[in-house]
Design a protein around this ligand. Structure first.
Ligand SMILES: NC(=O)c1ccc[n+]([C@@H]2O[C@H](COP(=O)([O-])OP(=O)(O)OC[C@H]3O[C@@H](n4cnc5c(N)ncnc54)[C@H](O)[C@@H]3O)[C@@H](O)[C@H]2O)c1
Length: 265
């Protein structure tokens, strides 16, 4: 009798992290975690289109011989997001991977949060995540070859940090959005997952107010592994989630926090 549950042939080890022939878009991919993601995906053989406010470190990847392009993109502008998707197709002939990485994390006490601050942050941290995934899945569905979308959430989507109410809310929304999209897009073999970094050594974390808050809260003492993550350690989790290695993973969040959540503060 044939086995109704077996659907995929065995995949050789060498193919598990191979992204040759795939095209990936990384928002905010020219600095910090996004740059590390762009580099990893390019190292795995993907064509990478970086969409960010400025090229920052993008040229390093081009100089290293990777197939990487840059497009000025402000993810607050819906038309920029659609143009980014269109450019990927025009330049590389398709779109297989979309990483919603661009995000901001300004501190603000509850009493000082107004509607404009709330809307500005969410235009980047939540609305652009939706619009990016929406544009990506349109193209992926046209291609009929599946796809992978990864959204950057945060440990703050799992537990609060002082003066981060708007940010914490936005990252919680990313977790819920990821699950919801994964459900709707699974019929097209488009996998949607999120990565939640803990404290990561990026330019965005060098804000003096944030550094002082981390110092006052003895953050490093509360991280089980006793250190911040390097951006490439977050990128490796993203690589897993877009590669054949995770072909049966969708609608999940990968927490990469060095054990910070274990301490709860
Ligand atoms: N660094 C951390 O400790 C940490 C922890 C948890 C989650 N995260 C999340 O990871 C992601 C990356 O964080 P990071 O620390 O690398 O940030 P970063 O500030 O170091 O870099 C962010 C990048 O996004 C770009 N960007 C900002 N606004 C943009 C916009 N409107 N349009 C297009 N690009 C824009 C910036 O130019 C920059 O290249 C964010 O979503 C952040 O919330 C970071």
């Amino acid at each position: 009798m044939s086995n109704p549950y077996r659907s995929l042939p065995y995949r050789p080890f060498a193919e598990l992290l191979d992204l040759s022939g795939k095209t990936a878009v990384v928002t905010g991919g020219s600095s910090g975690i996004g740059f590390a993601i762009s580099r990893r995906l390019a190292e795995a053989g993907a064509n990478v289109l970086i969409g960010s406010l400025a090229p920052e470190h993008s040229e390093q990847l081009m100089a290293a011989g990777h197939t990487v392009a840059f497009e000025v993109t402000d993810v607050r502008r819906p038309q920029d997001i659609q143009r980014l998707a269109d450019t990927a197709v025009q330049r590389f002939g398709g779109l297989d991977i979309w990483i919603n990485n661009a995000g901001i994390y300004p501190l603000k006490a509850i009493d000082d949060i107004d509607a404009a601050f709330w809307d500005d942050l969410n235009a980047i941290n939540t609305r652009a995540v939706f619009l990016g995934a929406q544009a990506a899945q349109r193209q992926m569905r046209k291609q009929k070859s599946g796809g992978a979308i990864v959204n950057l959430s945060s440990i703050c989507g799992h537990r609060p940090m002082t003066n981060h109410c708007t940010y914490d809310t936005s990252k919680g929304a990313v977790l819920a959005m990821t699950r919801s999209m994964a459900k709707d897009l699974s019929a097209f073999n488009i996998r949607v997952n999120s990565v939640s970094p803990g404290l990561t050594a990026t330019p965005g974390n060098l804000d003096p107010e944030l550094l002082e808050q981390h110092r006052q809260n003895n953050v490093l003492d509360n991280i089980a592994l006793g250190r911040a993550a390097e951006p490439w350690e977050i990128a490796d989790a993203v690589l897993y989630l877009v590669s054949p290695l995770s072909s049966y993973v969708t609608g999940t969040d990968l927490l990469v926090d060095g054990g910070w959540l274990l301490h709860g503060s």
